[in-house]
Design a protein around this ligand. Sequence first.
Ligand code: CP
Ligand code: NVA
Length: 314
Amino acid sequence: MMAPRETNMKHYLQFNDLSADEYTYLFERAALIKKKFKAYEKHHPLVDRTLAMIFEKASTRTRVSFEAGMYQLGGSVVHLTTGDSQLGRAEPIEDSAKVISRMVDLVMIRTFEQTKIERFAAHSRVPVINGLTNEFHPCQILADIFTFIEHRGSIAGKTVAWVGDGNNMANTWLQAAALLGFKVHVSTPRGYEIDEKMAVGAGGTGVGSYQFFSNPLEACQGADLVTTDVWTSMGYEAENETRKKAFADWCVDAEMMAAAKPDALFMHCLPAHRGEEVEADVIDGPQSVVWDEAENRMHVQKALMEYLLLGQVA
Ligand code: CP
Ligand code: NVA
């Protein structure tokens, strides 16, 4: 039976919120849940449970994967945006958290500052999941690592090359590397570097798990996985033209893939801009696993939602 609400409650606001052992469980559980889905086998552990999804930024994958995933688990969803809720009319986030979390069992939020989701979680009676903030995108990295494991086995000891912006995705990769024992080669244009303290935590737990390269080609050398993201993340649109100039050399192309290991994978959280951060022959080429990566969002998040509500199930 599940633990009573408000005791044992865990939020998933950043990758560091779960331990390496919990990730081992989640990856195994996601594989099982995916297998059942593919076999059209019912898996309804969350009957009568409701997920509220709050979007303050646009989404395709996060919306569909959480919504379809929750229905597939036997539950239901409520979808809110800034524009159609009182959040857009300045109701305090703390008040919104108190109200929404009295009516649902789980909340997923996509918003701007990490502090906003932290404030919501601090006043929530139910688990809160980060569906992307300016600083972190833990559900995406959960899916990316699951996808790596499916294709290549354990990620421990492997090297991931990050080519591009020091953004929410890059920060989350750094956290994951420190926790799960792999290395990230980071190459960002000058002025768009990762804030290390914020990414891995003030304790500096990530030391040794990442290395910076000014040349993106060098970052790709010997990598088991090459990954990138848009040059301009949501919320930074005003910087678009400046960024296009600064990021011109941070486009993952065939030469970068050739510098990586021969069996290196390519990933991108999507949406992608072909001809900007990645060339079409890479994202649409044989090393790319972006469609598995997108699909896996749903399978890992189903495992995550089940875990946050029911704990480890046999
Ligand atoms: N990767 C990702 O989070 O996609 P959406 O913005 O479409 O949700
Ligand atoms: N870094 C991107 C990821 C989109 C899924 C953004 O924040 O817009």
